[in-house]
Design a protein around this ligand. Structure first.
Ligand SMILES: [Zn+2]
Length: 242
């Protein structure tokens, strides 16, 4: 279940599945990444400092997200990963941060292993199965049993607003008989990216999955939306402290 909470006075969204873990999605009120909104640069920088101060660490790990399916396991001493769309860490006292404006944020965490990941899954990442690949990498390289992983699929563009032509739809939806995944209106397609990612995760053996119903495009008063704001927007963030 998702609920709004406040992080020392700043509005954030949390999942009850990860209560007790420093883990949340930020909102417009707590911008950490300004992107094309130069006017929010100072506010973002101040908020990052505030975040690390409150989380009691200066070990912030980020990436240049490029809609790839490249996944990195964080190494000691490296805080920035180029061209990476999922970060996995088992280094304690690190804070993973990834940024979103309609794309689907996914947080994975094993309490038993004290290991987590953040995945950036836009339509390209979803089609390339980055969520599935991240779970497989956690399993193969860090020996984490998917049954111990909690998955939280955060706020992102909903089926209501993710309208595409057939070319994108075709890459995303393999099983066209599954009518829960999409709707067709004339020659336009509306695909549920969150559900597609949830399917990948459950097929990997993850049992606890929380899916946020909020559409960032419908709720652009609270979250940033690339589509609604025609690209001129900042980012909300997924934050996970290991
Ligand atoms: Zn919507």
């Amino acid at each position: 279940m998702f609920y709004f909470d406040n992080f020392y006075g700043k509005k954030v969204l949390k999942s009850s599945l990860l209560d007790g873990i420093d883990c949340f999605f930020t909102t417009r009120e707590f911008v950490l990444t300004y992107s094309s909104r130069e006017d929010l640069k100072t506010e973002s920088e101040e908020n990052r400092e505030f975040l690390l101060n409150k989380l009691n660490t200066d070990n912030l790990i980020t990436a240049k997200q490029v809609h790839s399916t490249d996944i990195e396991i964080v190494k000691n001493g490296i805080n920035f990963y180029d061209n990476t769309d999922a970060l996995i860490s088992n280094i304690q006292n690190t804070v993973l941060l990834m940024n979103f404006a309609d794309c689907i944020p996914i947080i994975l965490y094993s309490k038993k292993d004290k290991t987590g990941a953040i995945v950036h899954a836009g339509w390209r990442g979803t089609a390339g199965e980055i969520a599935r690949k991240t779970v497989i990498k956690m399993n193969e390289e860090l020996n984490i049993n998917p049954e111990n992983i909690i998955a939280v699929i955060g706020p992102g563009i909903g089926k209501c607003c993710f309208e595409t032509d057939y070319d994108v739809f075709e890459k995303l939806v393999k099983n066209k008989s599954d009518k829960k995944i999409y709707e067709q209106k004339e020659n336009k397609f509306f695909t549920d990216l969150k559900l597609l990612n949830a399917k990948q995760l459950s097929e990997c053996g993850i049992k606890n999955i929380d899916i946020c119903s909020y559409c960032t495009c419908c709720m652009s008063d609270i979250f940033f939306s690339y589509r609604k704001e025609n690209g001129y927007t900042a980012r909300h963030s997924a934050v996970l402290k290991i």
